[in-house]
Write a protein that binds this ligand. Structure first.
Ligand SMILES: C[S@@+](CC[C@H](N)C(=O)[O-])C[C@H]1O[C@@H](n2cnc3c(N)ncnc32)[C@H](O)[C@@H]1O
Length: 263
């Protein structure tokens, strides 16, 4: 199995849609039609959940006129959030076929299919022409990507000059990462965490100017503590969350946001 197949197999296990729709029913809602926020962020697979998405969208300047590319869109939670709360038009690309199917199904059920669309594929080779988007987001995806340079070069190609690229990832701050599983990988074979400097160098190489960096560590720790108590993203192994929390507290890993602009 190649490494992309192993990444896709890690995420593509079943039962998540039933779990999410079960949440809606348990709250007295209609699983055929509900608002994105009714999932309480369980469809957003990143540290900080919906709160982090709201902050990132604000910092990236996303609004009703934005045409956003969501790189590694997972179940589509980030894309729907940007469309529903900020009015953006969003296209998500993801490697994992089961997630793309789930993203489409949830988007249909939230009535956002006219504004939010998805493609299955690798962000190492984007299926779009040059200058197709005015904003890009990559949220907790690079940890699974060995060739980040390629992704950033592809992103630069499909963005218009002056566009904002917001990158929100778990990054390596120091020490050795020994404790697996982590939420994105069962072993080091599919984990490619890197320091913030490696990201900013690769972004600069692809033609981006880095504007701003933030490290919402305290919020991340609080989020993971809640997730361990059962209020987190759907389908994530509890041992993986416990290991991530330990790595945050040990100063090995941290959530980092980088905002860059295409020159
Ligand atoms: C931790 S999830 C984050 C999903 C989403 N960004 C969110 O925050 O809810 C990582 C996602 O990256 C996707 N992914 C990993 N490598 C990819 C690649 N080369 N191309 C496209 N998607 C990829 C996985 O399939 C998975 O859905």
């Amino acid at each position: 199995m190649g490494y992309e197949e192993a990444v896709s197999a890690h995420y593509g296990h079943g039962g998540i849609e039933e779990k999410l729709l079960g949440m809606i029913t348990a709250d007295g809602g209609n699983p055929g039609h509900f608002a994105p926020a009714d999932l309480h962020g369980a469809d957003q697979l990143h540290v900080g959940g919906a709160l982090a998405t709201t902050r990132i969208a604000g910092r990236a300047g996303i609004n009703g006129g934005s045409h956003v590319l969501d790189l590694g869109s997972g179940m589509g939670g980030v894309s729907r959030h940007l469309a529903h709360d900020f009015g953006a038009t969003v296209h998500g690309v993801d490697l994992t076929p089961a997630f793309v199917d789930l993203a489409r199904s949830l988007t249909e059920r939230t009535g956002l299919s006219g504004q939010v669309t998805f493609s299955q594929g690798s962000i190492l080779a984007l299926p779009f022409g040059d200058n197709s988007f005015d904003t890009a987001l990559m949220v907790h995806v690079g940890m699974n990507i060995r060739d980040k340079d390629k992704v950033f070069a592809e992103t630069a190609r499909v963005l218009r000059p002056g566009s904002v690229f917001a990158v929100y990832e778990v990054m390596l701050l120091g020490g050795d990462l020994e404790q697996f599983p982590l939420p994105w990988a069962a072993s080091e074979e599919t984990s490619f965490v890197q320091p913030p400097l490696a990201y900013s160098d690769a972004l600069a190489q692809a033609g981006f100017d880095v504007d701003y960096e933030a490290k919402p560590l305290a919020e991340g720790i609080e989020f993971l503590e809640h997730a361990i108590a059962g209020e987190g993203p759907a389908g994530v192994d509890k041992d993986a969350i416990v290991n991530l929390l330990a790595a945050f507290k040990a100063g090995i890993l941290a959530p980092v946001e980088i905002y860059a602009r295409l020159a």
